[in-house]
Design a protein around this ligand. Structure first.
Ligand SMILES: *[C@@H]1O[C@H](CO)[C@@H](O)[C@H](O)[C@H]1NC(C)=O
Ligand SMILES: *[C@@H]1O[C@H](CO)[C@@H](O)[C@H](O)[C@H]1NC(C)=O
Ligand SMILES: *[C@@H]1O[C@H](CO)[C@@H](O)[C@H](O)[C@H]1NC(C)=O
Ligand SMILES: *[C@@H]1O[C@H](CO)[C@@H](O)[C@H](O)[C@H]1NC(C)=O
Ligand SMILES: *[C@@H]1O[C@H](CO)[C@@H](O)[C@H](O)[C@H]1NC(C)=O
Ligand SMILES: *[C@@H]1O[C@H](CO)[C@@H](O)[C@H](O)[C@H]1NC(C)=O
Length: 484
């Protein structure tokens, strides 16, 4: 999973086919810091030590008199400001609910570093766990309730992707604090044995196949052609380096890295296959999968087509890169879908090594990518060497409930039909109050983004269902409060 830092987009299409302007949303926030307990589960090791946890707050819609709800975004693997910029749904609905809006930053990401510059050193990384992060959010919710004299305000959590998992987990673990949760594109069954991890790249492939079957077939062929060029010696490597406009000449070792770099572009283009342009590291056009397939179909040079697709993602529509630095733009880690770049990628690598198993491999048969196995043993070896960590999947499955989540309630799980992560999401209604909604034309948590004129009707319906449930949970909370 990787950080999504799009701009929240307002589309103003003047005339069909004419200029489309992308304007950064500027819902303002107050940036605040909270003295958060470093270790919630050990009274000895760090004693009373705290760190500054960042959160963003907007109270202009808050209806304190009528005990308006608290809308709490459970920050995931990135800087909280990027989630603020890309979760317009919360701001679209906050006024009608009279909600206080809080976005909390996950420990070890953005500016919420428990040990400052030493956060990724030695045993310090041991405090980067889902349990600690959930406890942070619980303590913070409690604090905000006190500050705003909002002890009777219902609390609704929101989150997308890993943040969606956290949103659901807050309801699992702290039903005393959280009245309901919106868990968008949350692959919670990663924590169970019921999913087949090879499906991740199969789903990426099917997005391209659905766009055009020739597209996925040609992508597979192009990888095969590349492989033989790379193994033909220095001349082939030189041609590839030029075709892909790489900053430094390929050799046999860096060739594998380049394949990872290309595969990573495909993952992102599939996840962010939105019906309007978005901004992630660079600007991606509307329907980037169809756009990519345009480079692969009706071309005599399919390898050049792959290069165009990679450039579409890494350089964007208005890119400024003179050449591609595959080492800077892609970091290989314990999550084959990518860890992002910079310090946030270190933190996510640690989480992929400890609690979040993502054993996604490719075989070139079911999927369109070159064969690249990723076995449990490979993960253990990597994680031990890199971080001194041995994964504890059984613990994560047990503690975070695996597939047995029926004892919870008041959660809406949404998933996009075009989102490769949906294979590990909740795709069926589990009970009257554990609801699943599918957005057939949706990419990765499209529903959490702000309203857009180009939204497909099914995302409108999903948001209506979410609002309906939020209203229900709030009313249930009021009834309970009245009787207490
Ligand atoms: C969020 O949007 C603001 C403008 O509204 C921009 O200045 C800021 O860089 C964005 N932050 C991220 C992390 O995308
Ligand atoms: C291959 O290229 C990479 C990066 O450009 C470099 O770090 C590495 O030393 C090279 N390996 C060989 C065997 O030349
Ligand atoms: C490919 O070319 C054919 C014939 O020229 C055309 O009908 C088709 O739309 C083209 N497909 C793409 C994806 O450009
Ligand atoms: C990136 O895009 C710009 C145009 O926006 C182009 O001039 C440049 O050559 C591209 N860089 C690469 C490496 O493709
Ligand atoms: C779950 O139930 C709701 C109605 O409460 C319905 O709108 C939705 O389509 C159902 N979800 C699935 C996946 O069938
Ligand atoms: C959830 O629905 C079940 C019936 O499926 C009901 O027994 C339970 O009271 C509901 N819980 C909440 C918190 O609404």
């Amino acid at each position: 999973m990787k950080l999504k830092s799009f701009c929240h987009i307002l589309l103003m299409s003047l005339l069909i086919g004419m200029t489309i302007n992308c304007v950064l949303s500027d819902v303002p926030y107050k940036e605040q810091y909270f003295d958060q307990t470093i270790d919630h589960f050990n009274f000895v090791s760090y004693g009373q030590k705290t760190f500054k946890q960042r959160y963003l707050l907007q109270d202009k819609w808050f209806d304190a008199v009528n005990k308006g709800p608290i809308f709490f975004y459970t920050g995931n693997e990135g800087s909280i400001t990027s989630f603020w910029n890309n979760t317009g749904f919360v701001f679209d609905i906050a006024p009608q609910f009279g909600a206080l809006v809080v976005f909390a930053e996950h420990r070890f990401y953005g500016k919420s570093m428990p040990f400052g510059a030493d956060s990724f050193k030695g045993n310090n990384i041991g405090l980067l766990t889902i349990e600690q992060a959930l406890a942070d959010y619980a303590v913070l919710i409690n604090k905000i309730k006190k500050t705003y004299k909002a002890t009777k305000s219902p609390v609704i959590t929101f989150g997308g992707s890993y943040g969606g998992m956290l949103s659901a987990y807050m309801r699992f673990k702290y039903p005393n604090l959280v009245d309901g949760a919106i868990a968008a594109s949350a692959p919670i069954y990663l924590m169970s044995k019921v999913i087949d991890p090879s499906q991740f790249f199969v789903r990426v492939t099917s997005d391209f196949k659905q766009s055009n079957p020739i597209c996925s077939a040609n992508i597979r062929k192009a990888f095969t052609t590349m492989k033989s060029m790379a193994s033909s010696g220095p001349a082939g490597l030189k041609t590839l380096s030029e075709k892909f406009r790489l900053c430094s000449q390929l050799n046999e070792t860096s060739y594998d890295h380049m394949v990872g770099w290309i595969r990573n572009a495909f993952v992102s283009l599939a996840m962010f296959d939105y019906p309007y342009p978005t901004n992630f590291m660079s600007e991606i056009p509307a329907f980037p999968v169809d756009k990519s397939c345009g480079f692969m179909v009706n071309t005599t040079d399919i390898v050049a087509g792959l290069a165009q697709i990679s450039a579409l993602f890494y350089n964007g529509t208005n890119g400024k890169l003179p050449c591609f630095d595959i080492w800077e733009e892609y970091v290989e880690c314990a999550d084959p879908s990518g860890c992002g770049v910079g310090p946030n990628s270190l933190a996510w690598d640690i989480q992929a090594c400890s609690e979040v198993p993502m054993l996604f491999s490719t075989d070139g048969q079911q999927d369109m990518f070159p064969p690249k196995p990723y076995t449990p043993q490979m993960r253990v070896d990597y994680c031990k060497t890199k971080w001194g960590i041995v994964p504890r999947d059984q613990w994560a499955g047990l503690n975070l409930w695996g597939k047995d989540i029926l004892s919870s309630s008041n959660i809406v799980f949404s998933n996009g039909g075009k989102d490769p992560w949906a294979f590990a999401g909740v795709l069926h209604n589990l009970s009257a109050n554990l609801t699943s909604v599918i957005i057939p034309d949706g990419g990765h948590h499209l529903d959490l983004r702000g309203h857009n004129v180009n939204d497909p009707p099914d995302v409108f319906k999903a948001r209506e269902l979410e609002k309906y449930n939020i209203r229900l949970w709030i009313n249930t909370a009021f009834l309970r409060n009245k009787n207490n």
